[in-house]
Design a protein around this ligand. Sequence first.
Ligand code: FMN
Length: 196
Amino acid sequence: MTLLDAAPRTAQTSAPVLDVLAERWSPRAFDPDAVLEPGALAGVFEAARWAPSANNSQPWRFIIARRGTATFDTIANALMGFNQAWAGSAAALVVNVAIVADADGKPTPWAQYDLGQAVAHLSVQAHAEGLHVHQMGGFDRDAISAAFELEERFVPTSVMTIGKLGDAAALPDALREREIAPRQRLALDEIVLLND
Ligand SMILES: Cc1cc2nc3c(=O)[nH]c(=O)nc-3n(C[C@H](O)[C@H](O)[C@H](O)COP(=O)(O)O)c2cc1C
């Protein structure tokens, strides 16, 4: 019996949705011993690759780092403290980069929208493959840009963990409470402004 048995993570939906969508969630407890074999993330990034984007511009790029590499430590060190407290246990850290202007400097206004959509597809694919993803906005963008010598139009927009689910009991108290808190959303009629 784990803590999560008493706190089911599956969304209580008001209408049926695909199982994988209801079951996807963002843990903070990752298995610190889980290792991603070479190729283990191929399907996950293939899902991102086939996401739709404005004019098929595909303005997304990824920096993938497995735990135990110097690249992983560089990304982990750029996380805000509240994320550093848990994210280092994940098997991989990934920087999600949006290309916000073309090579001539012309803005590509849908870039971050498109990146988010690619990450959404990726997170669903990951869940279907038995992996978990947790996206983070809490990190030092300038530190990431400097460390990876990103040109200005390559904007580090989020960082995510990818890994195997760990034991919620191993989290510090405050994080453990959040890990098992009921999952909530606004009601459907609150997010639909008009439905004629
Ligand atoms: C753009 C973005 C930024 C986020 N930033 C953080 C973060 O810095 N730290 C964190 O613990 N979770 C972060 N999250 C995770 C959200 O809190 C989480 O997705 C939300 O509470 C819904 O939970 P669920 O994914 O389990 O359904 C972020 C999610 C997104 C999409």
